[in-house]
Design a protein around this ligand. Structure first.
Ligand SMILES: C[S@@+](CC[C@H](N)C(=O)[O-])C[C@H]1O[C@@H](n2cnc3c(N)ncnc32)[C@H](O)[C@@H]1O
Length: 285
């Protein structure tokens, strides 16, 4: 049963429903608009389209200030006009993945869904094994949504391993809600979070150089992440192509959503998704 409006208020079904800030709705609109265009446009061009959600949570979220319940990433992706041929959902909290399973079984029976329970940075091999094998007669294209709450939740090796397959990525870079708050912790030699998030152990020297020129730590992280994506073959449009999401009340920057594809068409879909998502973000900070 498909809701006519994927952004409509949902009923409280009594299952686990994490609370999120109101800004999450901008992220949901961008994700849905991109996934919807991608799934329809690629339907005839590829034999199988796979949606992968590395941080899928429970499928529904409760907006903190208003108490509204809305569909979150995994269930939004199931509600696109031309559903993907396969879905892979990863989540480390058992109560969230259990709630997601119940919701999927209830409203999307018959859809091919695989669940990976645990730390995605350890379980990425399971995701790759679950992807249908690519061949000349079975061309498989993935779209991977990556929504970590903090830099320490994601290791660059995870993205790098997945990128061995044909795959577009929409990645939340937790710049200001994480990086800007903790630069001093991250600068300590014993802290490995940034090295693992960027996949680069020698990040401190360039950071100290940029810091002296007045660059913020969050911009340094966003730029460095893009540079590393370029090094594994993705188009590099610079951070001006990301969407900077801000808090509704204080208008403070929170995070950036960056899109990464090896194909020009992916970038065109991303521009459309940004255009059609009603967002109150500053794209050109
Ligand atoms: C920011 S929330 C993302 C929520 C979801 N994508 C949405 O649309 O609201 C991050 C989720 O990832 C889970 N998580 C955090 N670190 C993880 C990891 N290393 N592996 C798998 N799941 C993780 C958390 O339990 C949480 O549910």
């Amino acid at each position: 049963m498909q809701p006519l409006n994927p952004f409509a208020n949902q009923n409280d079904d009594g299952l686990a429903t994490p609370e999120v800030g109101p800004w999450a709705e901008e992220k949901y609109k961008l994700l849905f608009n991109y996934a919807n265009t991608f799934a329809t446009s690629m339907k005839k061009k590829w034999d199988q389209r796979v949606y992968i959600d590395l941080f899928s949570a429970a499928g529904k979220s409760r907006i903190r200030e208003t108490g509204r319940i809305v569909l979150s990433s995994s269930l939004l992706a199931l509600n696109v006009t031309d559903p993907f041929d396969k879905y892979i959902f990863c989540e480390e909290k058992p109560e969230l993945i259990m709630a997601l399973r119940r919701r999927v079984n209830q409203d999307h029976a018959g859809i091919d869904v695989h669940y990976v329970e645990g730390d995605i940075n350890r379980m990425v091999g399971d995701v790759i094994r679950e992807m249908p094998t690519f061949s000349k007669t079975n061309r498989v294209l993935g779209f991977c949504f990556v929504d970590p709450g903090k830099m320490r939740d994601l290791k660059f090796t995870t993205i790098s391993l997945l990128s061995a397959r044909w795959m577009d990525f929409l990645i939340l870079i937790p710049t200001d809600m994480d990086a800007r708050r903790n630069p001093i912790n991250y600068e300590r030699e014993t802290n490995t979070t940034v090295a693992e998030f960027l996949g680069v152990s020698s990040w401190r020297e360039p950071w100290f150089e940029k810091k002296d020129t007045g660059l913020s730590f969050s911009k340094f992280i966003a730029r460095s992440f893009h540079k590393e994506m370029k090094s594994i073959g993705f188009h590099y449009g610079g951070i001006d192509e990301t969407v900077l999401v801000r808090s509704a009340m204080k208008n403070l920057p929170l995070y950036r959503l960056g899109f990464f594809s090896r194909h020009k068409l992916g970038g065109i879909f991303w521009r459309d998704a940004k255009k059609y998502s009603i967002i109150q973000t500053n794209l050109f900070e």
